[in-house]
Design a protein around this ligand. Sequence first.
Ligand SMILES: NC(=O)c1ccc[n+]([C@@H]2O[C@H](COP(=O)([O-])OP(=O)(O)OC[C@H]3O[C@@H](n4cnc5c(N)ncnc54)[C@H](O)[C@@H]3O)[C@@H](O)[C@H]2O)c1
Ligand SMILES: O=C(O)C[C@H](O)C(=O)O
Length: 316
Amino acid sequence: MAHFKRRKIAVIGAGFTGTTTALMIAQKELGDVVLVDIPSMEKPARGKALDMLEAGPVQKFDAAITGTSDYGDIEDADMVIITAGIPRKPGMSRDELVETNAGIMKDVSAQVKKYAPESYILILSNPVDAMTYTCFKETGFPKNRVIGQSGVLDTARFNTFVAQEIGVSVEDVTGFVLGGHGDSMVPLVRYSNAGGIPLDKLIDEERMEAIVERTRKGGGEIVGLLGEGSAYYAPAASLVQMVEAIIKDKKRILPSIAYLEGEYGYKDIYLGVPTILGGNGIESVIELPLRKEEKDALDKSAAAVEKVISSLKKKL
Ligand SMILES: NC(=O)c1ccc[n+]([C@@H]2O[C@H](COP(=O)([O-])OP(=O)(O)OC[C@H]3O[C@@H](n4cnc5c(N)ncnc54)[C@H](O)[C@@H]3O)[C@@H](O)[C@H]2O)c1
Ligand SMILES: O=C(O)C[C@H](O)C(=O)O
C-alpha cells in the first residue's frame, strides 16, 4: 500500500541565505527542512529552526524544521541545498572567496555523497559556477543532479530594473541572462520582453545599457549597501523557485548553472544557460542561436569562469 511522505530537504549553511531559504520552503510546504551548520553554530541553527517552526501555526504551514551539526540527520534527503561558505565584503570579487569556499564545498560534498547519495543538489555558495563544478567532481553525481543557482537571481534583478524603468508589473517582464555569475554575465536584451513586446520598443538604448550594467553589478550593489554580508532574500526566492520546479516536476524553462559538454561550444565547465528544470533535475539545456557580439560576450564570461575552475582543477 502506498505510504505518502513529505519530501526531505537539507539546507547546508544556516546563515542568511540558508535560513531564508528554509523559511520560504516551509511557507510553501515543499517539504520538511533539516538545517545543517558547523558544530560551533549548532545551537544557533537549532534556535533559528525552532523559531521558524513556531511561525507555522500563525502562517498555517505544516513542515518540520530542525537544526543540527550532524550530517547523519540529512540521511536520504531528496534535495540538498548548499549555502555553506563565506560571503564577500565590499570591494571584493566573488572569485576571491574561492580558496576558503572550495575547502568547505569539498567537505560538504563528501558528506552529501555519504548520507544522501540519491539527492538532487542545488548550489549557491560563491564563486558559484566553480563551486558547482567542485561539488560535481567531489560527489561524482550525474550532471542532471548537480545544479547551480545564479541565473534566476540575475534575471530577477534585470526584470526588477526593467519593470521600474517602464512602470509596469514585474509579472509582465521576462528577462534572459546567460553566462557566469560575475560582472561579465550576459543579459540578453534581444531575448527579453515585457508583455511579449521586445524591450527595444519600450526602452531607449542608453537606458537599456544602464540596466544591463546595473544587473551585472547587482550583487555588488547590495554588498555595498549592507556593509556586511551579501543579498539573501532574492537569492533564497530564486533557490526556492528551482526547488519547486524540480519537486513538482514543472518542467520550467529557467536559467541554471549546468555542466556543459559541447553546448554553446564549451566543454567540462559549469556555466549559466537556459535549461528545462523538472523531476529529473536539469532535463535539457536549451541552445539558442547567438549573434557574434552576444557570443563574444558569452566567451568572455566563460573565460572568467574557466580561469577560476582551472585554479581548482589541480586540487580536485
Ligand atoms: N549564487 C548566488 O546567487 C548567491 C547569492 C547569495 C549568496 N551567495 C553565496 O552563498 C554563500 C552563503 O551566503 P550567506 O549570506 O548565507 O552567508 P552566511 O555567512 O550568513 O552563512 C554561511 C553559513 O555557512 C556555514 N558554514 C561554513 N562552513 C560550513 C560547513 N562546512 N558545513 C555547514 N555549514 C557551514 C557558516 O557557519 C554560516 O552559518 C556565500 O558564499 C555567498 O557569496 C550566492
Ligand atoms: O554578490 C554576492 O557576493 C552575493 C551573490 O552572488 C549576489 O549576486 O547577490
